[in-house]
Design a protein around this ligand. Structure first.
Ligand SMILES: Nc1nc2c(ncn2[C@@H]2O[C@H](COP(=O)(O)OP(=O)(O)OP(=O)(O)O)[C@@H](O)[C@H]2O)c(=O)[nH]1
Length: 360
């Protein structure tokens, strides 16, 4: 069923030692069990595999790589064009009701026997060790559904950057049969770009606001949103929510749509009262249908994978080759003084270092 295991010998990173060839003794029994489990849709196996992806231990990192390679071998064979999986990015300011909306949307989908994964991208954790998204224990109802898989954000920086990490986790959840993935992030700083990179569709969730509704929400997020959900359209907030929806419709009208095939829309919802969640899903599905018909989702995914290869390669080269290379350190010491004193430009110094490395 599975392709051959790679040999135990491989080139890997050993933190503080540099690149070297090591005869690894990976736990192949565990790898085999987890791969079987994931492909059979076992949530426990999926959780354990993700923990290996998150781990900074070298052997865990290698095990997760082996698991991913076997899992991808299987899923790639069954992959269809257009893809049957759908990656929905949910972003918005803190307190907009993203988690409540994800729970409502998740329940709407699991009730239809759809399998839903929920992932969180938390840029704050990588930088400060804190967590913007907090723990996701709020999605209590959804987490008890066998059709749902909820994974809280990592609590520390992960090797290779947030998008590379989330992409690995996404591959695993999809391999376990969770065809719809809701990817949540707080719309601040870089995070919406990351979720925009990973998701097929980006839904911006905003609360009703008085006066300047777009205040505090960066224009950049609105520009990349495919849908805007104005949440909390209930009780005393209903009137304000309607006004906010109008403001967003006007704002979107002035912006050039991201794609000629889709004009972003604004939907009024109430996550708490479960109002118009079906309408929101209809819109998301419509987006999926329109974009898949033109092959746009698959084309975007392919393009991104290729882009990530470059960014990962650069990152790996910097962290594993350049920073570990004694020659680079020696040259850096020598040339840094010249650069600081203005005797040499940083570009010339960098070129000199690279030339010396190539000659070596
Ligand atoms: N009235 C009303 N309140 C809501 C609705 N959805 C969420 N809330 C409330 O808004 C607050 C924030 O909701 P969350 O779901 O935690 O919002 P969030 O965007 O995930 O917040 P962060 O995790 O801080 O980014 C909570 O007190 C919710 O009960 C809604 O549809 N109507």
């Amino acid at each position: 069923m599975f392709h051959m295991f790679k040999s135990g010998a491989c080139l890997t990173r050993d933190v503080g030692v540099g690149w070297r060839s090591v005869a690894t003794s990976l736990n192949y029994d565990r790898i085999r069990r987890l791969v079987h489990g994931i492909l059979a849709g076992d949530r426990g196996a999926l959780s354990r595999a993700i923990t290996l992806v998150e781990s900074t231990k070298r052997e865990h990192h290698l095990e997760s790589r082996e698991i991913l390679s076997q899992v991808l071998y299987e899923t790639a064979r069954k992959d269809t064009v257009p893809p049957k999986t759908f990656r929905v990015g949910i972003t918005g300011p803190p307190g907009a009701g993203k988690s409540t909306l994800i729970e409502a949307l998740g329940k709407h989908l699991t009730a239809q026997n759809k399998k839903v994964g929920v992932l969180a991208i938390d840029p704050s954790s990588a930088v400060s060790g804190g967590s913007l998204l907090g723990d996701k224990t709020r999605m209590m109802d959804l987490s008890t559904s066998p059709n749902a898989f909820i994974r809280p954000s990592p609590t520390r920086g992960v090797l290779g950057g947030v998008s590379a990490y989330t992409f690995d986790v996404l591959c695993l959840t999809e391999a376990a049969g969770f065809d719809i993935t809701l990817i949540e992030t707080v719309g601040v700083g870089q995070s919406e770009t990351v979720v925009g990179d990973i998701a097929d569709v980006l839904c911006l969730v905003v609360p009703p606001g008085g006066g300047d509704q777009l205040q505090g929400i960066k224009k950049g997020i609105v520009e990349v949103a495919d849908l805007v959900a104005v949440n909390k359209a209930d009780g005393p907030f209903l009137h304000a929510a309607r006004n906010t929806a109008k403001d967003y419709r006007d704002a979107l009208h002035l912006l050039r749509p991201r794609s000629d095939d889709w004009t972003p829309e604004v939907v009024l919802v109430s996550a708490i009262e479960n109002k118009s969640i079906d309408k929101l899903w209809e819109k998301l599905e419509e987006f999926q249908k329109v974009m898949n018909k033109k092959g746009i989702i698959e084309a975007r995914r392919r393009h991104r994978r290729s882009e990530w290869l470059w960014s990962q390669l650069k990152e790996e080269l910097i962290t594993c080759v350049i920073q570990e290379e004694p020659l680079v350190h020696a040259l850096l010491e020598k040339l840094r003084a010249k650069v600081i004193l203005g005797e040499m430009t940083p570009r010339a110094a960098a070129e000199e270092i690279v030339q010396q490395m190539i000659k070596k």
